[in-house]
Design a protein. Structure first.
Length: 401
């Protein structure tokens, strides 16, 4: 590490260990690292194995839990974990002395940003969904800035400063922005990509193969299917496609998913925020199946923006049957123009520059923090200089990049 590296300010990221929180944290970390900043991460046990940039930075693992669910005993236990997490986060923040803390939601972010507030460290939070998450709702009042991903974010308090940045996506996805939609026609291959996380793969593994097996033989011969499956579902799903004579590639994980997305005509997927951000950056239409048990039904709210723009078709989980999906697939296979139009509408919503916009906001916030000023694209600490904040401190109003 060079002397300049050692002197570079440290930015602390705080995120729950699920992909929905870790993917945008990873994308921001890539951008901030390219600007010369040092990084650290506070998360839970699940977040420690996330690959890439986050894998190479200092991790602090804390306890985290909810105090808003379950009965009295469960809430007491959750409160104890929260207190323990706050104490551990405070110790980590005192040891690292970050210039700013950026929270991405998830229960580890709650005690971390609470500790940051107590220590006088400025923080911002990023909301990936169209409904402000429970943790971020608790933190919105104390955070200096709330950055959002959707034009309209439900349950957002009025008296908070906000900025629309979009959800940061990985660089290998951003590189695909502007790639043309693959040529599609009634006499050409129709490539379908089916992906789902731990809570999404089971229903997709049950319904999608069954739906495709109901299609006319002529339609089946046109299909080229790539599907992510749970390990226990692989053999069953493979047999269903083989019996239907459909070309299908199955795996529990695809290392080259961005490249597969590039050549895909249609995606069948849940409606998580990071997934939709990637679809809009690349511009690929989708059939969305929002997770019914998602907190505050936020996946349905996420899906609504794509549906309203004409970039996706939404099938609620209770209506997601083989027959319903087969009808939708047959209509789309016979109407290539609708796929092309949906691809264009989806791409119009994309924000490939979201990581840069969020990093810009973090830098602005850092410059506003006492004792910090920007030098050569990175902020440098000046312990003897207590500069007045330069971030706009007027009326709290929503701003856009």
């Amino acid at each position: 590490m060079t002397p300049m590296d050692r002197e570079a300010p440290l930015i602390m990221l705080a995120a729950g260990g699920t992909g929905g929180h870790m993917i945008p944290a990873h994308a921001l970390a890539e951008e901030l690292k390219s600007r010369g900043y040092r990084l650290a991460l506070i998360t839970d046990e699940r977040g420690t194995g996330y690959p890439g940039v986050l894998e190479g930075i200092q991790h602090y693992v804390i306890e985290a839990g909810t105090v808003t669910r379950g009965g009295l005993i469960a809430r007491i236990r959750g409160l104890r974990r929260l207190q323990a997490g706050r104490k551990a986060a405070k110790t980590a923040l005192e040891a690292t002395r970050p210039a700013v803390v950026v929270g991405f939601g998830g229960y580890p972010a709650l005690p971390t940003l609470m500790a940051a507030s107590k220590l006088g460290i400025r923080s911002c939070i990023h909301e990936q969904n169209a409904v402000l998450g429970r943790v971020n709702r608790l933190l919105a009042g104390s955070a200096y800035l709330v950055t959002t991903s959707f034009e309209q974010t439900a349950r957002l308090p009025d008296k908070v400063r906000t900025a629309l940045t979009g959800t940061p996506v990985r660089r290998d996805i951003r590189r695909l922005a502007g790639e043309p939609y693959p040529v599609v026609g009634t006499d050409r291959l129709l490539r379908i990509l089916i992906v789902g996380g731990s809570q999404g793969a089971r229903i997709l593994g049950d319904v999608v193969p069954a739906a495709i097996s109901l299609l006319p033989r002529a339609a089946q011969r046109r299909l080229q299917v790539t599907q992510q499956c749970r390990p226990e579902d692989l053999d069953r799903v493979r047999k269903t496609y083989a019996d239907a004579g459909v070309a299908a590639e199955l795996a529990t994980y695809f290392q080259d998913l961005p490249e597969r997305l590039r050549w895909t005509h249609l995606v069948i997927v849940r409606a998580g925020a990071s997934t939709l951000a990637e679809l809009t950056v690349v511009g690929r239409p989708a059939i969305l199946v929002p997770l019914a048990i998602a907190t505050d039904d936020h996946q349905a709210a996420n899906a609504e923006e794509l549906k309203r723009a004409g970039g996706a078709w939404v099938i609620p989980e209770q209506d997601f049957t083989a027959a319903a999906l087969a009808k939708r697939l047959q209509r789309l296979a016979n109407d290539p123009k609708s796929l092309e139009d949906a691809a264009a509408a989806c791409a119009a919503l994309g924000r490939p520059e979201a990581a840069e916009r969020l990093a810009d906001r973090v830098e602005t916030l850092m410059q506003a923090a006492p004792g910090m000023r920007a030098v050569g694209g990175a902020a440098e600490a000046h312990a003897q200089t207590r500069a007045e904040p330069r971030f706009p401190d007027g009326p709290l109003e929503r701003v856009t990049p």
